[in-house]
Design a protein around this ligand. Structure first.
Ligand code: SME
Length: 160
């Protein structure tokens, strides 16, 4: 695999997502191990955008269990009826939360987290994991992030 990541020097996130997509594809094609790949996807997103927290929760034992991530210490298990991650699991669609303090039931792993996007990953039409991205800025996520991350997760979910 290429060990250097190419990140275009632009603040336009759509351009950055477009540049990352083939690199994520190449990364995943050259390694079959799920955890190794999820770890690198977290690292790529953290490095490319500087998000406060980026990581995966995996569906295990009827809960969402912390997987590979980049960022500060996080809660390890989330019930399906808890938090933004649980809401994403239940809704089976991407959730964008512009102000986490205004989201009933949001789980605050860090008080620095202000907004959040959670994207589901599917296998056989069932959610098998969620990607959780937290920002320390309010309203940091838009339809551009949703499109970029959903496209990326359609590549990543092939690993499951
Ligand atoms: N905020 C998430 C919990 C995970 S941490 O942000 C890493 C939630 O409400 O589900």
């Amino acid at each position: 695999m290429a060990e250097t990541l190419y990140i275009p020097s632009t603040t336009q996130r759509a351009e950055i997502y477009a540049a990352l997509q083939p690199q994520i594809q190449a990364l995943i094609e050259s390694e079959t191990d799920l955890i190794a790949n999820l770890a690198n996807v977290s690292a790529v997103l953290k490095e490319a955008f500087g998000f406060f927290w980026v990581g995966f929760y995996l569906v295990k034992d009827q809960q969402l269990v912390l997987g590979p991530f980049q960022g500060t210490l996080a809660c390890t298990r989330i019930d399906f009826d808890k938090g933004v991650c649980g809401a994403c699991y239940r809704a089976q669609k991407t959730l964008i939360v512009p102000d986490v303090d205004a989201f009933p039931g949001h789980i605050a792993c860090s008080s620095a987290s202000k907004s959040e996007i959670v994207v589901p990953l599917f296998k056989n039409q069932a959610v098998v994991a969620v990607l959780d991205v937290d920002s320390d800025h309010l309203a940091d996520f838009s339809a551009i992030d949703q499109a970029g991350l959903e496209a990326m997760m359609q590549t990543v979910e092939k690993l499951f």
